[in-house]
Design a protein. Structure first.
Length: 527
């Protein structure tokens, strides 16, 4: 009887265990589902303008790069410190003495068309970029394929901008196989590539209506296990900022990328989170440049150039022109940037000091000049504000409002007077500075003086064998440009803006670099 009791009890316990197990299994599944709840859904991103090209040599605009990142990955990315680090690349090894770069690639990565990402594909992408006469990559004697995932780049002369040139500007990787099949001539293939981003990225393009939308779906063979989390991404293009803001408020858009400052302020008042890009990487810097190289120009006088900077109330420009979304700076880039020299003093706002210097320079009755500006409403507003500040110190500047093509031409071929220049507050100043202040630069080079000291420092910055010595040379260059010669009046760096719904997570947009984000990590929680 006793044994029968234990037998019955045992059977009951077993039955209970069987009944409980599904519940426990379901609980485990629920926990897993909770952890994986970030899988699924489509992220909708609003922007004012559609991209013009996905073909690396012709990806020139911010929207090209940002929208392209949805499906096209690069050899490198910027990290939180603003330094370039490998992405599709596994590593790089530079040798300044041998004038070489050894680039190793990650293995096991395929393009959306199923072809392999390897050294041959990488070489084709970089050569395509170089053959398009893009200047970001320093001159090479050859590119050697060492093995399926290793390349060797041989430079004519050592130039430390080679990494950002190869791995960032020429870094986006497209499928050469897809390109080859796209037409019978290179022109046909190149035209096809501008609208067909066959990359290695987490999403592949499935449809596009020009200036309306781009629709992407999850790339199931993406090389990072378990990613992406989203089923798809959709870009929508709304030129009218008021309509775009309304679409965001109504929930039709999950992220509003680069809204105008006025709309961002309106959204912030409503309690919307506005992400600010404060690193300056990829951002625009507002500067004022005098024609110091022009004969008889008052700006050939150092004291007048110093007075120019003393005359500008940078914080007022940020408050009134950028609606508070800007970072005043006394040199190239934001004050917290990697290349910012803490010893640069600059010429802080002091209109009385500006007047004194102008008189000492031989202009007791003031200066009459022209102020060149672009023709958009924002540019004219900026010019008008600067014009008013200059007038207070005796610099009477007549506005010269130039449409885009004329403004670009004057920037490059030479202007007389003052020029409001919107420059790149960028990451590698050894590459960027020569474009603007170098004697062989493409922008304003013909209008400004080129002191031997600055020319020498620009060369030495590029030739520095390591990052530490390169930074030291850039710091010297910053000091020379802004303190010693006062070649450029730096006003402020714009803060790019991005509005995001609270249920959007880990998109990385507008965090480190203007055109970089992390679509592979993005996920949506419950709305």
């Amino acid at each position: 009887m006793k044994n029968r009791y234990w037998l019955v009890l045992s059977v009951i316990l077993v039955l209970m265990a069987v009944l409980i197990l599904p519940s426990c299994t379901k609980g485990t599944t629920t926990a897993t589902t909770s952890t994986a709840s970030k899988y699924g859904g489509t992220l909708t991103i609003g922007h004012a303008t559609d991209s013009l090209s996905f073909f690396t040599p012709t990806m020139m605009r911010g929207q090209d790069l940002t929208q392209g990142r949805t499906s096209i990955e690069s050899l490198a990315r910027f990290n939180a410190q603003g330094q370039l680090v490998p992405w599709l690349a596994e590593s790089w090894d530079t040798d300044a003495n041998a004038k070489t770069v050894i680039l190793k690639l990650k293995k096991g990565i395929t393009f959306h068309d199923g072809s392999d990402f390897n050294a041959t594909a990488c070489k084709w992408n970089i050569e395509t970029f170089i053959n398009a006469k893009r200047a970001e990559v320093p001159p090479l004697t050859s590119i050697d394929i060492i093995d399926d995932y290793t390349l060797k780049f041989n430079l004519v002369d050592w130039n430390n901008t080679v990494i950002i040139g190869l791995c960032y500007f020429a870094g986006p990787q497209l499928s050469p196989t897809a390109w080859q099949k796209a037409g019978t001539t290179d022109q046909e293939r190149n035209e096809w590539a501008t609208t067909n981003p066959v990359g290695t990225g987490p999403f592949k393009l499935v449809s596009r209506e020009r200036d309306v939308n781009q629709v992407y779906q999850k790339f199931e063979e993406y090389w990072q296990n378990g990613k992406p989390y989203l089923d798809g991404i959709k870009w929508v293009f709304i030129a009218d900022p008021t309509i775009a803001s309304s679409s965001f408020s109504s929930g039709d858009i999950d992220i509003l990328e680069s809204p105008p400052a006025t709309e961002a302020n309106n959204l912030r008042v409503k309690g919307i989170n506005i992400t600010e890009l404060t690193t300056g990487l990829g951002a625009t810097q507002v500067t004022l440049v005098g024609s110091s190289a022009v004969q008889d120009s008052p700006f050939a006088n150092l004291k007048v150039r110093q007075a120019l900077t003393y005359a500008i109330d940078k914080q007022a420009l940020v408050d009134n022109q950028a609606y508070g979304w800007g970072v005043p700076t006394n040199q190239w880039g934001v004050p917290t940037g990697f290349w910012a020299n803490p010893d640069v003093i600059g010429y802080p706002y002091n209109p009385d000091k500006a007047k004194q210097l102008i008189a000492e320079a031989g202009y007791p009755n003031g200066i009459t000049t022209k102020l060149l500006t672009g023709d958009t409403a924002d540019q004219v507003s900026m010019a008008t504000a600067i014009q008013g500040m200059l007038a207070k110190v005796g610099i009477n500047a007549e506005l010269d409002i130039a449409a885009g093509a004329r403004k670009d031409n004057l920037d490059r071929t030479g202007f007389v007077g003052l020029d409001i220049l919107y420059i790149r507050a960028d990451s590698d100043l050894a590459m960027i500075l020569p474009r603007y202040v170098g004697a062989s630069g493409a922008i304003v080079a013909k209008s400004i003086i080129h002191p031997d000291k600055i020319e020498k420092l620009l060369v030495e910055a590029k030739q520095a064998p390591d990052q530490e010595s390169k930074r030291a040379k850039i710091w010297e260059t910053q000091k020379a440009i802004f303190d010693e010669y006062s070649l450029v009046t730096s006003c402020y760096v714009t803060v790019n803006l991005c509005a995001k719904k609270p249920y959007v997570h880990d998109d990385g947009m507008n965090i480190i670099q203007l055109d970089e984000w992390t679509p592979e990590d993005a996920w949506l929680s419950a709305k």
